[in-house]
Write a protein that binds this ligand. Sequence first.
Ligand SMILES: *[C@@H]1O[C@H](CO)[C@@H](O)[C@H](O)[C@H]1NC(C)=O
Ligand SMILES: *[C@@H]1O[C@H](CO)[C@@H](O)[C@H](O)[C@H]1NC(C)=O
Ligand SMILES: *[C@@H]1O[C@H](CO)[C@@H](O)[C@H](O)[C@H]1NC(C)=O
Ligand SMILES: *[C@@H]1O[C@H](CO)[C@@H](O)[C@H](O)[C@H]1NC(C)=O
Ligand SMILES: *[C@@H]1O[C@H](CO)[C@@H](O)[C@H](O)[C@H]1NC(C)=O
Ligand SMILES: *[C@@H]1O[C@H](CO)[C@@H](O)[C@H](O)[C@H]1NC(C)=O
Length: 235
Amino acid sequence: MEQKIFNNRFSWLLLFVLISFLGSVDAYKNYTVGDSLGWFDNLEKPHVNYDKWVARKNFSLGDFLIFNTDNNHSVIQTYNFTMYKKCDYDDDDALDNDTLQWSSADPSSTSIYPVSIAVPLRKVGATYFFSSDYDGEQCKNGQHFKINVTYGQGLPRSLKDPSDDDSLAPISPISGDEESAPDTIVPASFDHPHEVSTDDSPEPSNSVSLSIFSKFLGTQLNWILVVLGFTFSIC
Ligand SMILES: *[C@@H]1O[C@H](CO)[C@@H](O)[C@H](O)[C@H]1NC(C)=O
Ligand SMILES: *[C@@H]1O[C@H](CO)[C@@H](O)[C@H](O)[C@H]1NC(C)=O
Ligand SMILES: *[C@@H]1O[C@H](CO)[C@@H](O)[C@H](O)[C@H]1NC(C)=O
Ligand SMILES: *[C@@H]1O[C@H](CO)[C@@H](O)[C@H](O)[C@H]1NC(C)=O
Ligand SMILES: *[C@@H]1O[C@H](CO)[C@@H](O)[C@H](O)[C@H]1NC(C)=O
Ligand SMILES: *[C@@H]1O[C@H](CO)[C@@H](O)[C@H](O)[C@H]1NC(C)=O
């Protein structure tokens, strides 16, 4: 009889541990830039407003931004404010580690096809995105935004790059990233459009802020302690 109760309690404990584990894995978010409007300039899509899209969202390390656009628009990520203001990226800047070209526009292309790019957030602090090409015309027409990336729960193992020693992030509690692949290049998936974040609704985004998350985990830890105490008091 006692054995049975113990097993029951033990299952509950396992369940709680599992839930808290899943909760932490779940907390990385994928945000679809511009939601259903995608990543375009005002001339092409008059209703895009990336400042509005960014507002009230909290971005953390390990989150992805999904850019749904076409081959006539580019995705430039930079940590360099000067570059962002300039609205223009040229190939010389490729030497600058502060700027990454995830997708380039092809003005010579006669056919326009959709492009989808997933960009991981790997650095804490101000991060800028814009579309270059056409002398910054698209960027100057609203195709740019700034976000502030917070530490959150830190980079997941899969995004850690051993050679990335200039990361602004504090040292992660998870050590040993010997097997982490430098997967800076995320393949564009043309035929699998990401349907991840569909927060067109006015309610706040469902991203989990650090404070909310730790509060959540704290509650769960309390429950685990209660269950543990109960288990031992029975035995
Ligand atoms: C977010 O996007 C990345 C890159 O496409 C993918 O590997 C990951 O599984 C996605 N995560 C979620 C929670 O959808
Ligand atoms: C490509 O973008 C440029 C600059 O925004 C625009 O002038 C041009 O019409 C676009 N081309 C196509 C085929 O949409
Ligand atoms: C930022 O970009 C500008 C021009 O794009 C460049 O001159 C400058 O050196 C860059 N700053 C840093 C800190 O890399
Ligand atoms: C960029 O990164 C490479 C390799 O990590 C390094 O050798 C180079 O000095 C860096 N360049 C700048 C401008 O920080
Ligand atoms: C980013 O957010 C953090 C925490 O809210 C804040 O301390 C920091 O000043 C912000 N950085 C920028 C560049 O806005
Ligand atoms: C973003 O973070 C702020 C401050 O930590 C918090 O008040 C707000 O509710 C968070 N927003 C979302 C959508 O999680």
